[in-house]
Design a protein around this ligand. Structure first.
Ligand SMILES: Nc1ncnc2c1ncn2[C@@H]1O[C@H](COP(=O)(O)OP(=O)(O)OP(=O)(O)O)[C@@H](O)[C@H]1O
Ligand SMILES: [Mg+2]
Length: 343
């Protein structure tokens, strides 16, 4: 891919996003080129040498009525087999700063580290997830925009990440906002992302979508694509308001048949403690969440802590940076997800 300024005009600071498509329909020529480069271990992002840290396996799938060879992510030894197909988890909350991107990234990393091929989708035009985990894509690298508008097949927008061989990303950039009109006029906006992701159903075990904070055409198509929805909510009055709006939207979409997704859990975010004592405002907010959705749906809290930011900055799990206890809410979420899909 040519280098240069990206579509949003930002300087390309890409480090982790390997500038190569996840090629699924390889022509013989492409295949030969791929093998040559793979054997040299050289893919480049802004001139940064990247070792290929995944292998290819070949699967069969059906696309557009014909059998094609699928290049799927490698499964590590402790990976489970996934006969049920990809589970799509939407992380949504209709306000800024509720922990959506934090949960998306750390859950994705946790699942990938456990050996599950996992696709992260950055569906927020603010592109925090892309920035945090990979850096900005090159200006002409296909992103979620090109996937949604069907300019390229979905597999051309999927990039392997250098931090784990089981972790992949469909990135976002500023231009994603331009898709709103396309979705509104498509007549099937709420189902569009679900349809675009269908060819990946056997390549990944989990797909995690980081939703935008506003109620928009993008948030509709994202919720439409989900099997399960996680709602991170700040333990505050603002967070409670976000929970009410998010539940309203999900219920409306469910009633209108625009999504079959079910809420798997609400995660209190930035639960504050002074010493061992939870602050009154955190406690009251979380009690209000329980009243709203029922205690069973309120999962373990993410406590207010700089450690989460450290994990994000280092692109590591909390256990890897030395705080395994803080990983508990993400593990709790992962087990609720597996319970919901019958694993
Ligand atoms: N446990 C924590 N305690 C305090 N701050 C945290 C914690 N975890 C993450 N943060 C920080 O909180 C901020 C908001 O989190 P995050 O970006 O995940 O929210 P968001 O819902 O994705 O926001 P937006 O709607 O703007 O995309 C981030 O700067 C993040 O680094
Ligand atoms: Mg975010």
């Amino acid at each position: 891919m040519p280098e240069g300024k990206n579509k949003g005009g930002r300087k390309n600071t890409h480090i982790g996003l390997i500038q190569r498509r996840l090629d699924i329909w390889l022509t013989p020529l492409e295949s030969a080129i791929f093998d040559t480069i793979k054997n040299r271990g050289e893919y480049f992002a802004d001139g940064v040498r990247q070792g290929i840290n995944y292998q290819q396996t070949v699967k069969q799938t059906i696309s557009e009525g014909k059998m094609v060879q699928v290049t799927s992510p490698v499964k590590s030894q402790n990976s489970s087999t996934h006969s049920r197909g990809m589970v799509t988890i939407v992380v949504s909350s209709l306000a800024g700063g509720q922990g959506k991107t934090t949960v998306s990234m750390l859950l994705g990393l946790l699942l990938a580290r456990a050996g599950h091929p996992t696709l992260l989708v950055d569906a927020d035009p603010q592109h925090s997830l892309t920035d945090w985990i990979a850096g900005a894509p090159a200006h002409d690298a296909p992103t979620l925009l090109e996937c949604l508008t069907n300019k390229v097949p979905v597999q051309d927008c999927i990039y392997p990440l250098d931090i784990d061989p089981n972790l992949f990303l469909i990135p976002s950039d500023d231009q994603l906002d331009n898709v709103q009109d396309y979705l509104a006029s498509s007549g099937m906006g709420a189902m569009l992302l679900k349809k675009r992701l269908e060819p990946m159903a056997t390549a990944f075990e989990y797909c995690i979508i980081d939703a935008p904070p506003q109620r928009s055409q993008i948030s509709l198509t994202v919720i439409g694509a989900g099997d399960l929805i996680v709602v991170p909510v700040e333990a505050s009055v603002k967070g409670y308001g976000s929970l009410i709006r998010t539940i309203d939207l999900i219920k409306n979409l469910q009633i209108n048949g625009a999504t079959t997704a079910q809420i798997v859990g609400v995660i209190p975010f930035r639960d504050r403690f002074v010493g061992n004592n939870q602050t009154t405002s955190s406690k009251e907010s979380i009690d209000a969440m329980r009243d709203e959705v029922g205690s069973a749906l309120v999962l373990s809290s993410i406590v207010e802590s700089e450690r989460y930011k450290q994990a994000i900055n280092q692109r590591k799990t909390l256990t890897e940076i030395g705080y395994p206890d803080l990983e508990h809410p993400l593990k709790d979420l992962a087990s609720k997800i597996n319970l919901a899909v019958g694993n």
